[in-house]
Design a protein around this ligand. Sequence first.
Ligand code: ADP
Ligand code: ZN
Length: 755
Amino acid sequence: MTKFADILLPLAQPTYTFAVDEDMAIEEGMAVAVPFGQKRDIYYTGIVWKVHNTPPAAKRIKRVVRLLYGGRRLLTPAQQRLWEWVADYYLCSLGEVMRIALPALLKPSALDAESHLEAEYRPRTERYLALSTPREEELHPHFEKLERRAPRQYTALLRLAELTRELDTAWIPRRLIESDSTVLNTLQKKGLIIGCEGERTRDKELLAKRGAHAFRLPELSPHQHEALDRLKESFEEHPTALLYGITGSGKTELYIHLIAETLARGGDVLMLVPEIALTTQLVERLERIFASRVTPYHSKLSPERRTRTYLDLCRSEGGEFVVGARSALFLPLKNLQLIIVDEEHDASYKQSDPAPRYHARDCAVVATRLLGCRTLLGSATPSLESWTHAQTGKYGFSTLTQRYGGTPLPRILCSDTLRSVKRGERKSHFNLELRLRISEALARKEQVILFQNRRGFSPFVQCPGCGHTPRCPHCNVSLTYHKASERLSCHYCGYHTPLPTECPKCHQSPLSPAGFGTEKLTEEIAKLWPEAKTLRMDRDTVNSETAFRRAISAFERGEADILIGTQMVTKGLDFGEVSLVGILNADNLLFSPDFRASERAYQLLSQVAGRAGRRDRQGEVVIQCSDPAHPVIRRVVEGDYAAMARAELAERESFRYPPYARLIRFTLRHTDREVLFRAALSLGEQLRQRFGRRLLGPVTPAVDKIRDEYLAELLLKIESGASSQRARSILRQEIAAFRAGAFKNITLLCDVDPQ
Ligand code: ADP
Ligand code: ZN
């Protein structure tokens, strides 16, 4: 009987059916080369999605050309179900999931036959050596001779024999035998050893065989023990659990215990972290315990390295520990038993562009069902979604309410900027309270972190005469002034232009900077505290993982007294000498139109505050803000997460926002504003017929033009409890209809659960 296979290609299209030669040992999950497209002799890499016997309707059917990667299965059936879930839930195609789930080098596509053949990634090989006989005794007479006459050959042969016993395998990687090639060649010529080429063995496999994985775990405090026991209990009933632990309480230590237990059982562990470049310290800490067992996986690694990791994991037998960014969720861990989502509230778990616009935390929760694992969400400031699920008993729950070692939480003080101005106490961007404390900390030789969530020198420049503010010609935003480069630049599209010497509109006066970013702050500090050494950390000064690592270790070594930074300084950093944290302007966090503004402000402020006074003494935090009575500020000062959550959830419930409703946002883009609006109105009408008042818009977003395209948005609010499955299937039809209709040249993006 003829076999057929539905093949998934890295395109926004459904699977295609191909014929399969009878003798081809094809299986679902394998990668294959297939001819595809209008032109002859163009080859793609596809994934075998389904093998079956049903001939397709099409008359001419092409054949699968060959299996790739030695017929290795690149994904398990359980992972296939996860990909399908992602495509279904996030309203995208399986091909789009394939694009992000597989490392680039594994899916060469749109190449002619020869180039495709060449582009197939081949794992690195290495040289292996073995004793020429499996019975070591037979070689003993030679040993004796060599010991007397050729000591170097003797040592090499002895080492090979030892490793053969120790690793319990005949073929030993050549690199483990520390000996010259001439020595080994002579042994080979004498017929005492034999050699061959083979796929490179991973160091961690060798280590595991040598039993070098007895981890030395930190001793837990009684409080931490209790929390760990509660977690384990809750996992008996709930596949997902939330660990709510204040900063510095030792959440990471609990993770370490769970990881070690899972690895010891031979299970795989996946630990997701928000942005790998920002978690250098964490990875180093894990490596101190799990050594080479830690496999990092994120976009900053070379494509070659990611591909190698992917293929290595395909043939692993379990006991893997991957620490990675969101896309690590798709790695082929066959025996995945535990997923940890650290800082689960972090918005960077959501991919915003391109499709699939998936949320890795939410996928990790779904994975408990599809892959049969346990998922642990951890945070000092959980997302309100996870918090609600934990409170209502959908997730298990455990808490850590004390800092390890009993260090008290930092003292947080809110300094009123308006009052400070009135009293004439404000100098540059510093109220008196913050200025005094900085001076004191510097005098005590302690370190200070200052947070300002704007980079550049000033967010915009303005003409004092006519009020003109230069804007980006391609985006509807004002240009940010960067002083070092004397440029105005757009933070949306990267456009930049030299700072004009006079106002380009009235030509009367020079433009003057308004507001302040990290660059300006650094300059002001140099004036106020000329003796202090400063270090600036933002996307302009730190743009790679190496740069980040360097900056952090410089600060750790005490090479700077004051660290000035954006969001970058908020995440997962643990410095022992920081006694003071200053937040220069909390106003721009509080007053943003997003329904998550309060939640995010609370999270960000508490996370920054948590960097103060970590090890043995209480730290201090000064928040500068024009409205100290603002409920979010009060909650941050009191450290009362639960009260913030109660207040916010009440609002969300009355206005029907997540977690009480699901949102799906549609963004339309086009260069012609008129056409765009007609399209948005038309799609709005079309969807309103199916969803009634659940559909809102079209509206113009705050930034309504980016890269020369105008934007319009529609928002669908589906109350929890309603079948979102049904809503999605209606949406699929409507979207397909819209894309095929009169407005097919309009870009339409769907974002399920937008952040
Ligand atoms: P969190 O992840 O909750 O912010 P950490 O796990 O980073 O907290 O712990 C904060 C600090 O306390 C770290 O420096 C950590 O090494 C230390 N610590 C926490 N628990 C222990 C423990 N059981 N033994 C030794 N040190 C600990
Ligand atoms: Zn721009």
